[in-house]
Design a protein around this ligand. Structure first.
Ligand code: DX5
Ligand code: ZN
Length: 218
């Protein structure tokens, strides 16, 4: 179903060649590039920050979709917007003022996304539907690639699609997406699928990893 966008996550890419990896996945069919920012506080892992986003920006023709798994969020919004993020997604669980954070993301010129961990119900965002351009449903507990898809989240996707109705809001699925799980969430109403390990499969630009095949298989 080609109306579905694929957003490979560079968390599973070759950390020594981010620029080349972004060019490779775009050349082989990626619709967006998903950038997983982790602070070792909101999630038990550390990846990269605004400087890396700025460095890879010139290597991405399309959408740079920045997923902030950080708390607090507000002090860093400006930096990610300046680095060229098209979409900045914050976790509803990252603090008490998600509404203010979403206002700040749009104020900084980026599209605003809100992410829900597996333990957070869809109703957590029913007051935010006029503040977001994207809802990211975590189908793994955030922090790492290559984890197992949490099937209970498929019902949450259906609930969100019903809540969103015909508003122009993307439903993005993040975690454990592969050729077997993708159809489940697409049928439930998702339109953007993040995939790290299913696309990169431990490969790198220095070997002929068939990113295009892996993307088309999802
Ligand atoms: C996890 C990240 C996901 C992850 C997806 O905290 O937010 O984007 O990289 O990786 P896979 O597709 O391997 O589950
Ligand atoms: Zn992510």
């Amino acid at each position: 179903d080609r109306s579905i966008k694929i957003a490979p996550s560079i968390l599973s890419a070759d950390f020594a060649n981010f620029g080349a990896e972004c060019e490779a996945i775009e050349a082989q069919g990626a619709d967006w590039v998903h950038v997983d920012v982790m602070d070792g506080h909101f999630v038990p892992n550390i990846t990269f920050g605004p400087a890396t986003c700025a460095a890879i920006r010139p290597h991405i023709k399309g959408v740079m979709d920045v997923h902030l798994m950080i708390a607090p969020v507000d002090p860093y919004i400006e930096g990610f917007a300046k680095a060229g993020a098209d979409i900045i997604t914050a976790h509803v669980e990252a603090g008490p003022h998600i509404h203010r954070t979403l206002q700040a993301i749009r104020g900084a010129g980026a599209k605003a996304g809100v992410a829900l961990n597996p333990g957070t119900p869809a109703t957590a965002i029913d007051t935010l539907l006029d503040m977001v351009d994207l809802v990211c449903v975590m189908t793994v507990n955030p922090g790492f690639g290559g984890q197992k898809f949490i099937h209970s989240q498929v019902d949450k996707v259906r609930d969100l699609r019903a809540m969103i109705g015909d508003r122009p809001i993307h439903i993005e699925i993040d975690g454990g997406v592969d050729p077997t799980t993708a159809p489940l969430v697409a049928a439930a109403g998702a339109d953007v699928l993040v995939a790290g390990s299913a696309v990169f499969r431990g490969g790198s630009v220095t070997d002929p990893t068939p990113y295009g095949e892996n993307i088309r298989a999802i």
